[in-house]
Design a protein around this ligand. Structure first.
Ligand code: ADP
Ligand code: MG
Length: 294
């Protein structure tokens, strides 16, 4: 490959909104046969909205929203932002400042608010702390998942007290992007920390058959490693801090320009507009550039 032709490829990439780390990336792009897509923020907009609040008897919606909202206000997770915004709006009062706060990656948050030990996140976060769900709340969790939403469970002082349902929107361009990637001969895979039902609902809507759900951040790397061990040449598209290690492990890492710095630094390509169709453009461009060179 002549350096000049490769530079032409990278220049054309910049025009399309694709930032390429180095000319050698084009060669890897050509070989890729599998494309792993992160769900939240990549296939979906990542802008979540608080939809429903369920509580146990003797617990008020206001208490659930206040304590959950106070902790989530300290987290940058899209789910956390929806909970904090929804809580502020629905309670009509400023949220208290937590006395302490810990982010538990891929599971949720915990901390102390108004003297209560509060947990907010996946059912597994509570299970790990030995806290079970009463029927009224496990029913709300199942309903949220069946509707394609995500259930956020709220517990304090050792008991589960409420479930918040948040939902995300699929990007308008995602289904078309998946179809374009398939037309280029790539096998699409959906990868997410979210629950199985929510993941399947999104996969079905955009036309993906292979889904890896409920994957913890550190396990995302293992999914990529397994696919590579099967002999596949793997591209991964992601946006989050949680995706950085997987992006670096993939043969080709593509970060959305709308994503976090960690994801962008770990990647070979950045898709400036945050649109998945640009991933298809990137692969088409590299193939064309290399065909010209040969
Ligand atoms: P994704 O892979 O979909 O981008 P993450 O790995 O960041 O998701 O998180 C996985 C799951 O953990 C989320 O879908 C959510 O259920 C839960 N979770 C993570 N952080 C939070 C939080 N701050 N508040 C509530 N739930 C959370
Ligand atoms: Mg994400």
């Amino acid at each position: 490959a002549t350096p000049t032709a490769l530079m032409v490829g990278t220049g054309r990439g910049a025009q399309l909104g694709i930032l390429i780390k180095g000319p050698e990336v084009l060669e890897t792009t050509r070989r890729v046969d599998t494309i792993v897509l992160d769900k939240t923020g990549t296939v979906t907009t990542g802008r979540m909205t608080l939809l429903d609040v369920h509580t146990t008897d003797h617990t008020t919606e206001t208490d659930v929203l206040r304590l959950a909202g106070a902790l989530e206000h300290s987290s940058e997770h899209p789910i956390a932002q929806a909970v904090a915004a929804g809580a502020t709006e629905r309670t009509g009062a400023p949220l208290p400042t937590p006395e302490d706060f810990t982010n538990v990656p891929g599971l949720g948050v915990r901390g102390t608010v108004d003297g209560h030990r509060v947990l907010v996140g996946r059912p597994r976060l509570l299970a790990d702390a030995g806290i079970g769900l009463p029927d009224v709340l496990s029913g709300a969790v199942a309903d949220a998942a069946a509707g394609g939403g995500t259930a956020v469970v709220v517990a304090w002082d050792g008991r589960a007290r409420g479930v918040l349902t948040v939902a995300d929107t699929i990007k308008d361009s995602s289904a078309e992007a998946v179809a374009e990637l398939r037309a280029l001969g790539l096998h699409p895979v959906l990868l997410t920390g979210d629950n199985r039902a929510a993941a399947d609902a999104v996969a079905r809507a955009v036309g993906i058959d292979e889904v890896h759900a409920e994957v913890l951040p550190e396990e995302k790397v293992h999914v990529i490693e397994r696919l590579r061990a099967e002999g596949r040449s793997v591209a991964m598209v992601g946006d989050g801090v949680n995706d950085a290690a997987a992006l670096a492990t993939a043969d080709l890492g593509l970060a959305l320009g709308t994503g976090t710095d960690a994801a962008i630094e770990a990647s070979d390509l950045t898709l400036v507009r945050g649109d998945l169709k640009v991933a298809a453009d990137a692969i088409r461009l590299s193939r064309r550039t290399l065909a010209t060179i040969r």
